[in-house]
Design a protein around this ligand. Structure first.
Ligand code: HEC
Length: 102
């Protein structure tokens, strides 16, 4: 057991480095951790375009959001290796919730 604890600490530190959200993180938590740097905490955009109410992303189908998140687009990196399918779905649901809030 004593040998396993330091190993777990290292694994957790590495996971935090690549910014992999907790398995059970909500869509909002994932957004704030991985997306808000470039799209702003309130989805109004900065480096990347706005994603909130009235944005062009809000008029796009879920499949488009899914593709953009998993494959990246232009200067946006791919998040395929940091998010599993369920996390991507929760993230899209969060974007929709904010888009529909106005
Ligand atoms: C390093 C900055 C950066 C990060 C981090 C980032 N994006 Fe982006 N995002 C961009 C840029 C730049 C574009 C515009 C790409 C283009 O059209 O060439 C973009 C485009 C998009 C689009 C398409 C918007 C449109 O109107 O076509 C969506 C959707 C999107 N990002 C969602 C996300 C989500 C969700 C996350 C978090 C998982 C995220 N982005 C993280 C920079 C970023």
């Amino acid at each position: 057991v004593r040998a396993i604890i330091p190993l777990l600490v290292v694994i957790c530190a590495v996971a935090a480095c690549v910014g992999r959200p907790a398995e059970t993180a909500t869509g909002e938590e994932i957004y704030l951790q991985l997306c808000s740097n470039c799209h702003a905490e309130d989805l109004t955009g900065s480096v990347g375009p706005a994603l909130g109410p009235g944005s062009s992303a809000s008029a796009q189908p879920d499949e488009y959001l899914r593709m953009t998140i998993t494959s990246g687009k232009g200067r946006m990196p791919s998040f395929e290796s940091s998010l599993d399918e369920a996390q991507v779905e929760r993230l899209i649901a969060y974007l929709r919730e904010v888009q529909e809030s106005e």
